[in-house]
Design a protein around this ligand. Structure first.
Ligand code: DAH
Length: 338
């Protein structure tokens, strides 16, 4: 009777062994059969009621069963351990590789380069100047006298009474004319700074490219020819354009150049503010006063100049409506321009 019970339990245990495939199952098995209240301990308990002559045989059989169950469980647990360890260092050669994104230029740098390329092909060289500028180069030499209201057009970060963060790339014109004899034909891209509230339309730091051409007999027709060629190469060969009179202290006459809105085909949209036109740059003939200040004879030489906002250009070209998108380095935005 007792021997049959032991045999039945052994068979039950054997049947359960193939199910020990995770640690939870192993644990349950241990509790069910090998713990102090488990099935084997219960049979040991029942030895009390067995006739004395049967006790040794039953004790032996129960010990054997306990050993068997313990061993089988240890083996199952060991197997689980090695299986999970080898899964950890297994290399699955069928998995797809991790893609590395290729790096690319930021859209601001690329816009500067594309604009520079076009002017380089038209015979302009590339120059630069300091970002910390003196009041003289940023304003005074460009015909903004002290207290002149035109200074309010450009909110300035002053460092002290003399030095400031340049508000435009135009001071490089003065530096070039001081340093070189005409003919001078150069563009100068770079960073500029304005003390403005950051919004969708303005930022405290952005980029411009200024251009200057000084030689004998330079006329407004030369300016138009060069800028129209630039605009056609940059924005497309079929665009319409117009020059509107404007004011800058350092050019006379001054103008702003508009191109027909290519986003809506000049029908009127949000970007062109329903006018059909996009303003793309400021320009003009170098004011003779500037030449006189620097010591160039305005009777002998004349010149034209222009200034282009880089971020504005990039935004127009790609239909962006918030300048902050260009500076926040959100990769979801940046990767759209590679
Ligand atoms: N410096 C001007 C600005 O920041 C832009 C500009 C206009 C530059 C006309 C020029 C120019 O060289 O001729 O608003």
């Amino acid at each position: 009777m007792a021997a049959e019970r032991i045999e039945a339990l052994k068979q039950e245990i054997q049947k359960e062994l193939p199910q020990l495939t995770d640690t939870e199952a192993v644990d349950q098995f241990r509790i069910r059969h090998l713990s102090r209240k488990g099935s084997i301990a219960q049979l040991f308990d029942e030895m009390k009621h067995v006739p004395p002559e049967d006790k040794p045989a039953m004790g032996k059989a129960l010990n054997a069963l306990r050993q068997f169950a313990q061993q089988a469980m240890d083996e199952a647990a060991n197997q689980l351990k090695t299986a999970s360890a080898s899964a950890d260092d297994a290399i699955d050669l069928t998995l797809p590789g991790r893609m590395q994104r290729r790096g690319h230029q930021h859209i601001v740098s690329r816009t500067i380069e594309e604009i520079s390329d076009i002017f380089r092909r038209m015979g302009f060289s590339i120059a630069d100047g300091p970002e910390i500028e003196s009041d003289y180069y940023n304003f005074e030499a460009l015909n903004f006298p002290p207290d002149h209201p035109a200074r309010d057009m450009q909110d300035t970060f002053f460092l002290d009474d003399t030095w400031l963060l340049r508000t435009h790339t135009t001071p490089v014109q003065v530096r070039l004319m001081e340093k070189y004899e005409p003919p001078i034909r150069a563009i100068f891209p770079g960073k500029v700074y304005r003390n403005e509230v950051i919004s969708a339309r303005s930022h405290v730091q952005f980029h411009q490219v200024d251009g200057l051409f000084v030689d004998r007999n330079v006329t407004f027709a030369d300016l138009k020819g060069t800028l129209v060629s630039f605009a056609r190469m940059f924005y497309g060969s079929s665009l319409k354009y117009r020059f509107r009179p404007s004011f800058f202290p350092f050019t006379e006459p001054s103008a702003e150049m508009d191109i027909s809105c290519y986003l809506c085909g000049a029908k009127g949209c949000r970007v062109c503010k329903y006018t059909g036109w996009l303003e793309i740059l400021g320009c003009g003939m170098v004011d003779p006063n500037i030449f006189v200040n620097i010591g160039i004879d305005p009777e002998e030489y004349s010149g034209y100049a222009f200034g282009i906002g880089i971020e504005r250009t990039a935004m127009l070209r790609h239909g962006l409506d918030d300048i902050r998108l260009l500076f926040e380095n959100d990769m979801r935005v940046n990767h759209q321009f590679n």
